[in-house]
Design a protein around this ligand. Structure first.
Ligand code: ATP
Ligand code: MG
Ligand code: MG
Ligand code: MG
Length: 472
């Protein structure tokens, strides 16, 4: 069976509506009333208070396709983008939810039915593997005895404490909040791809791809780490729309689905080169989505918090465009292609198209002023280093401070040559600068008083202009 991305999204919603779930709209990427969260990073975020029993809804089952951004905070995939076949900064998470309604049994049976029954996705069962939390015999038995999976397809996974792999079957939204053991479903692309089963050191390859996570929400994690039981056991699931779409299109990665090939083609046209699957194209196609959706939800480039993440993503995309040979500002010109692809599902994108373009263009113009100089400095620094070396914190700081290079942009460029960066050294320079700014700020406040009280000679040479230049 072949399905386009928009069809997969619709099928998921239809399936769960047929199972008495209420279709709820995606919430904003800016979490409401949740200071613990930078951006919405999962479908369950908008239901957090419902899981906690603080908010009542007039339904106990819901289905959503939720806009998510994982660039910063607990779930941060920014560095993965362009280098794995399955990570985006912005993606859509399909999810079904039970608020004290059904629990493990129905959650797993629904998931299996949607993925394998002929009426829905009709995936071959022998391509699927599942994981369960290592002590969760209940989930194991449902998979084995009720759904009929052979034991070699069910893998027990722990908390990832000290394990030589990243898998973790205890899902947490952040350092605090709703959490619980989970069971995940993996798709096997076949032995022509590299990678190992989850729970092995080779799991990071692209052969076995995690598509769906079913979380059995049972606890509220407190600041001190203790797990307090939720009022009612609940269910929260999340499936990456781009990942399942790539499987449904017989493609070996998210960037080969219709939506992304169209965006990469648009990028090639705007830049004036031939489209390929090299990382820079993937980064640009990924980032135009994240940036446009963030702007549509009200984020603006700035030097802190959410705005700084947005700035970093734009600058990273611009740099990759330059690497491909872009002349002048190009990134904002990808917005129309994105609106063509996603405007029907997200009308806010079409409504705000002009605004999105102008915010991006302005940021491109600002960055363009220092980009070339910064890149020259950086190549000079990198030239004298070799594979495996580390770029000094001082250089990283200078690029940040003088040329507007976010640290991860510098790291991204260095990585292309196998060079790391001295993050601790950078942090030290940063802290020094903050201290200077604080002192300068204090001085500024007491400016006249200080001149009167202290000996004037100490202040010779201090003009207001160079005072300001110290305040960052
Ligand atoms: P991975 O291990 O691949 O990084 P995850 O375990 O961090 O994924 P979950 O928090 O379990 O992901 O999220 C639920 C689902 O959302 C995943 O199974 C996957 O299909 C999808 N997903 C997670 N992160 C991304 C991403 N950065 N880009 C695209 N899809 C994602
Ligand atoms: Mg992850
Ligand atoms: Mg995972
Ligand atoms: Mg997961």
């Amino acid at each position: 069976k072949t399905m386009q991305l928009n069809e997969v999204r619709q099928a998921f919603i239809d399936f769960f509506v047929s199972k008495q779930h209420k279709h709820v709209e995606s919430s904003s990427l800016i979490p409401h009333n949740d200071p613990t969260l930078l951006f919405t990073n999962a479908g369950m975020n908008q239901f957090k208070d419902t899981f906690l029993g603080l908010e009542k809804r007039d339904y106990s089952r819901a289905v959503t396709s939720q806009k998510c951004v994982r660039a910063g905070g607990k779930h941060n995939d920014l560095d993965n983008v362009g280098y794995t076949a399955r990570h985006h900064t912005f993606f859509e998470m399909l999810g079904n939810f039970s608020f004290g309604d059904y629990f493990k049994q129905d959650a797993l049976k629904f998931a299996w039915e949607f993925l394998t029954s002929d009426a829905w996705l009709a995936l071959p069962k022998d391509r699927l593997y599942v994981t369960v939390y290592h002590t969760d015999d209940e989930a194991y038995d449902i998979w084995h005895k009720e759904i009929g999976l052979a034991p070699e397809r069910i893998i027990r996974i722990g908390d990832n404490k000290g394990a030589p792999y990243a898998s973790d079957n205890f899902w947490t939204m952040g350092d605090t909040g709703p959490c619980g053991p989970c069971s995940e479903i993996f798709y096997d692309y076949g032995d022509h791809m590299e990678g190992g089963l989850p729970g092995t050191p080779e799991e990071d390859g692209d052969r076995y791809v995690e598509v769906w996570n079913c979380v059995f929400m049972q606890f509220n994690r407190q600041k001190d780490g203790t797990l307090e039981p939720l009022p009612k056991p609940s269910v929260d699931t999340g499936m990456g729309l781009e990942r399942i779409s790539s499987i449904m299109q017989g493609k070996f990665g998210n960037y080969e689905v219709d939506l992304f090939t169209n965006l990469m083609d648009a990028a090639a046209e705007v830049i004036g080169v031939q489209s390929t699957y090299e990382p820079s194209f993937k980064v640009i196609a990924d980032h135009i989505r994240a940036v446009s959706f963030l702007i549509a939800d009200g984020v603006r480039p700035s030097n802190e918090g959410r705005g700084y993440v947005l700035r970093r993503i734009i600058r990273r995309a611009v740099r990759h465009g330059n690497k491909l040979g872009a002349q002048g500002n190009f990134f904002y010109r990808l917005v129309p292609a994105l609106v063509r692809e996603m405007g029907a599902a997200y009308p806010q994108l079409s409504d705000k198209q002009a605004e999105i373009e102008s915010v991006i263009l302005k940021e491109e113009e600002q960055f363009a002023k220092t980009l070339a100089q910064g890149l020259r400095l950086l190549s000079g620094e990198l030239e004298v280093l070799k594979d495996g070396d580390v770029l000094s914190g001082e250089a990283v700081f200078k690029l940040y401070d003088t040329y507007g290079f976010p640290v991860d942009l510098t790291a991204d460029i260095a990585r292309e040559r196998g060079i790391g960066i001295d993050e601790a050294g950078f942090d030290a320079h940063m802290e020094e600068q903050r201290a200077r700014a604080r002192d300068a700020g204090k001085f500024d406040v007491d400016y006249t008083a200080a001149i009167k009280v202290d000996t004037p000679t100490e202040f010779v040479g201090y003009s207001l202009a160079n005072l300001e230049s110290q305040i960052v």
